[in-house]
Design a protein around this ligand. Structure first.
Ligand SMILES: [Zn+2]
Length: 436
């Protein structure tokens, strides 16, 4: 039973959360606009792994983080990390809040940076008060994989997976990941280690939804309970290139016509599997002339599903269909999957805490599976993780028209403040359990 005085203190604090969240949201909005001006390519937003623009983002964010009372450093993977300390005598597991600072080419102003700035705004809302545990805000150096064609370099470093062949990948200028990091000053001896601090307790990521679901449901916030698994592959169709004017229709082996027929089947097959999405996003046709029948076509394939077995079945059905179309048309088909990432389920306890936090803040939510990959996907196997999605007007992301409403940022921050209370109670219970 809570004492009446304790209850009223709680009520006052929760009322102050709404006000703090409103002020924080205004700052997040302004800062997103400030960071959107920092780019590697004038005329559009582009920030890649350890690029000059990334360096300027760090120089811009450091004073903000330091003013909030955080000790700020860059780790060996170029991640910007700020730690808001716990009480000197508190030895509670720290809470990590993060997302990424890099972008795709011609990006919007919110994908990634929003989650880092929300973490910072939550720390600022504490106004020097300690919640009894440390909070680490992380701005990952790479999530999109724009520079090196391999995603999640920042978070993979934190969980100890940035090593070996990954460090040897080269960018368009011929620099390796390792060389790029040294040039950025990240491999400097003063740099802190990229690994997780011992005693890290959980990871929370705020992110723009990058889809239309929350808007269609008229909700500000969504609780992510899992991230879809993903398969990537290539399907190659080999026919016979020949003259477009002299080869009768019945004597052709048109690789592109076969690919086109298969592509409409990809759409149909994916629709048969509930919650599956499948996309052919790239076509290469050779020789590629207006008056030559295409003899060679390569199509990319991207398939995602919350359940790995269903994704495997969809990929198999799509590949089988390519062979069926090829046999009927006398076209040779080669299909291969070259990349696969299993589906990730987020930690049920932390997801429930995020859900309760949003409810306490006064926001109805739905549970969602993210079709996009996020840093939480890499963190989740190593640290109990949750994600909170913010409504994305028009579902437009990876595009300059991407937007987030300030009031939805306030909703996220209010839920975030309540999440800090949930987290304090959770680690308190865990510690209590350990000592019992
Ligand atoms: Zn993102």
């Amino acid at each position: 039973m809570r004492e009446a005085s304790e209850l009223s203190t709680l009520a006052i604090r929760e009322a102050s959360y709404a006000a703090a969240a409103g002020e924080g949201a205004a700052r997040v909005m302004l800062r997103c606009a400030t960071l959107a001006k920092i780019t590697d390519k004038p005329g559009q937003i582009l920030r890649t792994f350890v690029s000059p623009a990334m360096n300027e983002v760090h120089r811009t964010m450091r004073p903000w983080m330091e003013a909030a009372g955080m000790a700020v450093g860059m780790d060996r993977a170029g991640n910007l990390r700020g730690v808001y300390p716990a009480d000197a005598d508190a030895d509670m597991p720290r809470l990590l809040i993060g997302s990424h600072l890099d972008t795709v080419p011609n990006a919007g102003a919110y994908d990634g940076v929003l989650g880092v700035l929300m973490g910072l705004a939550l720390v600022e809302s504490l106004a020097g008060r300690t919640p009894g545990f440390a909070i680490e805000v992380i701005g990952f150096s790479d999530e999109e994989g724009t520079r090196f064609g391999a995603p999640f370099l920042g978070s993979r470093a934190v969980v100890g997976e940035l090593q070996g062949a990954l460090l040897q990948r080269i960018d368009h200028a011929g620099a390796t990941v390792g060389e790029a990091l040294r040039e950025f000053g990240a491999a400097h001896t003063d740099a802190v280690d990229a690994s997780l601090a011992p005693g890290s307790g959980a990871y929370l990521e705020f992110h723009i939804e990058q889809g239309p679901v929350l808007e269609s449901r008229n909700l500000a916030l969504g609780i992510v309970e899992g991230l879809a698994g993903q398969s990537r592959g290539n399907v190659v169709f080999r026919g016979r290139a020949s003259h477009a004017g002299t080869t009768p229709m019945r004597l052709r082996s048109d690789a592109l016509a076969a690919a086109a027929e298969w592509m409409t089947r990809v759409e149909a097959i994916a629709s048969r599997f509930e919650n599956a999405v499948a996309t052919v996003g790239e076509i290469e046709a050779e020789p590629g002339a207006v008056n030559v029948i295409p003899g060679f076509v390569r199509c990319s394939l991207d398939v995602r599903h919350p359940e790995d077995s269903a994704r495997d079945a969809a990929v198999r059905a799509i590949f089988d269909e390519a062979h069926v179309v090829g046999r009927r048309r006398g076209i040779t088909v080669e299909a291969e999957q070259y990349h696969e990432h299993p589906a990730v389920r987020l930690a049920a306890e932390i997801v429930a805490m995020a859900e309760r936090a949003a409810k306490r803040a006064g926001y109805a939510t739905i549970r969602m599976t993210s079709g996009a990959g996020h840093d939480a996907m890499v963190m989740a196997p190593h640290l109990p993780s949750a994600m909170i999605f913010l409504r994305n007007p028009g579902g437009i992301s990876h595009h300059p028209d991407e937007s987030v409403a300030e009031q939805d940022m306030a909703a996220g921050l209010h839920a975030g403040l309540c999440f800090l209370d949930e987290y304090a109670a959770w680690i308190g219970k865990k510690e209590g359990g350990q000592h019992a």
